[in-house]
Design a protein around this ligand. Structure first.
Ligand SMILES: [Zn+2]
Ligand SMILES: [Zn+2]
Ligand SMILES: [Zn+2]
Length: 166
């Protein structure tokens, strides 16, 4: 099965995932954590369109049919929310139960001060949609350089202690 995972409200960030029919949601959870969201072992959960929780032991093929949307929340404090849907079937023999097939190219974010590509982001300013710093301007950011987090290709950029793929 070919799945598309997207950040809720942020379609810039997407992953295409190939999973075997007997793959489980916990396999998908593991891949999403590894690729996109894991910072410090928060709880995560899948839910149906009607917000009913779906067990991690459910097979992906049972949880997701054509037209369905599966919600995913990582961290119930500073949540990262994703939506997963079925794109179709693929004939792709593979040893692994689940693997990443494609993903969005890393977006670039301009530094607030000089518009050069940012390398760091401030988790406090990010709430207001700003806080991007290039290497030069990171050193004189108002909130302090110590709290800055790296710019990474993930919807969890700048949240909690997220620093990218482990
Ligand atoms: Zn965390
Ligand atoms: Zn700059
Ligand atoms: Zn700041």
């Amino acid at each position: 099965m070919l799945l598309r995972a997207e950040a809720r409200g942020l379609p810039t960030f997407w992953l295409d995932i190939v999973v075997k029919r007997d793959g489980k949601l916990k396999d998908l959870d593991r891949l999403l954590r590894r690729t996109w969201v894991e910072c410090c072992g928060h709880l995560s959960e899948f839910s149906t369109g009607t917000h009913r929780k779906v067990s991690m032991n459910t097979k992906v093929s049972e949880a997701l049919g054509p037209g369905d949307r599966l919600g995913y929340v990582y961290d119930f404090g500073s949540s990262t929310e994703l939506v997963v849907r079925l794109l179709g079937g693929v004939n792709a023999p593979s040893k692994s139960t689940i693997r990443l097939a494609a993903r969005n190219e890393a977006p670039t974010w301009p530094c607030d001060a000089c518009r050069k590509a940012a390398t760091a982001v401030c988790p406090q300013c990010l709430y207001e949609g700003k806080g991007f710093c290039c290497a030069t301007h990171a050193t004189d950011h108002d909130c302090g350089e110590d709290i800055l987090l790296p710019v990474v290709n993930s919807p969890r950029m700048g949240v909690c202690g997220y620093t990218g793929e482990a």
